[in-house]
Design a protein around this ligand. Structure first.
Ligand code: HEM
Length: 431
């Protein structure tokens, strides 16, 4: 039977069901997902966990690459926002329980897109529980609005767990296991879970990769005529995450102090409004606004942009340096063009983007997850992307024709520290 064929009249097709399962969550979604698709054949992790990297954010070496050497993001995601269940500072007992739960997951699933990748981060509010301050080598700040045109709710939960896999059933099972609803995963007994130590405050889900946005485009914010192509990894119709437009993992890693080998984790919940994008803007306008007006004029982007290889061709085409000039002469600037003004002296972006699309609440959105050495690196990049300087000096609006700002609204922002693996469980500020 074809995957897209309904099983019975009025019932969800298999494919529709599988795609909805992560968003729905829970034991019934998991069992139905496995029952219908069969349990994926996923290897267990190593017995000796000391063979795993010191960095939680060391994902790239465990991901496949495409024909151009770009890292291919894991397709299914869950973000769990958690609060420490007790008042005051965490006990050593709780610390052990949490570490034991994470180690069980690492034994259950090999690290990688075919198994499981996960990180756990802690907010500034979490660290405020302690008398001691974080060391100077860590730049973590409370989240705040980063543009005059946004008014986000602030995520001040204690912790965030990011689960990622190419298998929907793996992220679901890992989530269930952490929340104490499943005592065994992939044939491995959970030695502990997070219940009693953490309480779930929020759950966000999503997907990224060719085919998934097209299958999930029946959502608020996307026109009814299904404009998202099968090839597109994201709702907006273009590929992202080219190798040369991402920082390296070394570039984003904290260098010194007790949190060396850690990084910072920024999380934004973004609502997408793609009616005008697909119904009024031409293909040429979309290419100009996403990449750069030069890309539209020289017809540099075919389809979703696979032809660009391993680079969105920003500095190669002089786009960032011509941002103001393009605003004046062409009345439009590109999202990547503006954002690439925030690169460092070696022409490297400051962050790695690990974002994904979402239909949480039936609304098209994007959970923007990025890792960077300091939260200031994120703030600087977001400032470059805001392009307020450009709007002041040209006919480009605060949001209109100013990259993709018009099509997105930041609803929530949160900042977290991703400690190195050895301090990932309820860390003290001075471990
Ligand atoms: C709303 C959804 C968004 C979409 C669909 C999107 C898409 C893209 C695309 C297609 C590129 C071009 C090339 C590449 O990724 O390799 C890009 C570049 C980039 N975007 Fe976004 N983006 C979004 C939001 C954001 C946000 C919220 C930020 C936060 C600051 C951001 C930061 C960047 C950066 C830093 C680059 C690379 C710049 C460089 O090359 O130096 N993007 N984005």
């Amino acid at each position: 039977m074809d995957d897209s064929e309904p099983t019975e009249p009025g019932r969800l097709s298999r494919r529709q069901f599988a795609k909805a399962a992560v968003a729905i969550g829970g034991a019934s979604a998991l069992s139905a997902c496995m029952g219908r698709n069969g349990e994926p054949d996923v290897s267990n992790g190593p017995d000796d966990l000391s063979t795993l990297p010191a960095r939680q954010h060391a994902w790239n070496e465990f991901l496949p690459t495409d024909d151009h050497g770009n890292d291919v993001a894991p397709r299914h995601r869950v973000l769990l926002l958690l609060n420490y269940a007790s008042d005051g500072t965490p006990s050593d007992g709780d610390r052990k329980t949490v570490e034991s739960a994470f180690e069980s997951l690492e034994r259950a699933y090999e690290r990688g897109n075919d198994g499981l990748l996960f990180t756990v981060g802690y907010s500034p509010s979490y660290f405020e529980r302690f008398d001691a301050d974080l060391p100077e080598s860590v730049d973590l700040q409370q989240p705040k609005a980063l543009a005059p045109f946004e008014d986000p709710e602030l995520d001040q939960q204690d912790a965030v767990v990011h689960l990622a896999s190419d298998h929907a059933s793996v992220v679901l099972a890992a989530e269930e296991a952490l929340l104490g609803e499943k005592s065994e995963v992939n044939g491995v007994e959970m030695d502990a879970d997070l219940t009693g130590v953490f309480e779930k405050a929020d759950r966000r889900t999503g997907f990224v990769g060719s085919g998934l946005p097209a299958e999930n485009q029946d959502a608020e914010g996307i026109p009814d005529d299904e404009p998202v192509s099968e090839d597109s990894p994201l709702f907006m119709g273009f590929k992202s995450g080219f190798k040369k437009n991402q920082a390296s993992e070394d570039r984003v890693t904290i260098q010194d102090g007790p949190f060396a080998d850690g990084t910072t984790h920024q999380l934004s919940k973004i609502q997408l409004k793609l009616e005008q994008w697909y119904e009024q803007d031409s293909r040429s306008q979309r290419v100009s606004k996403m990449f750069c007006p030069v890309h539209a004029e020289e017809d540099l982007v075919e389809g979703v942009g696979e032809n660009l290889g391993d680079s969105a061709k920003m500095s190669e085409k002089g786009c960032p340096a011509h941002t103001e000039d393009h605003a004046r002469t062409k009345g439009m600037v590109g999202h990547s063009q503006k954002s690439a003004r925030a690169r460092d002296d070696d022409d490297s972006p400051l962050m790695i983007r690990r974002d994904f699309d979402s239909t949480d609440g039936g609304q098209a959105g994007l959970h923007f997850v990025s890792v960077q050495r300091t939260i200031s690196d994120f703030v600087d990049t977001r400032e470059a992307m805001n392009g307020e300087d450009v709007a002041e000096k040209s006919a480009v609006g605060q949001k209109n024709n100013n990259g993709i700002l018009q099509y997105m609204e930041v609803l929530r922002r949160g900042n977290f520290l991703l400690p190195p693996r050895k301090h990932r469980s309820l860390p003290k500020p001075n471990p």
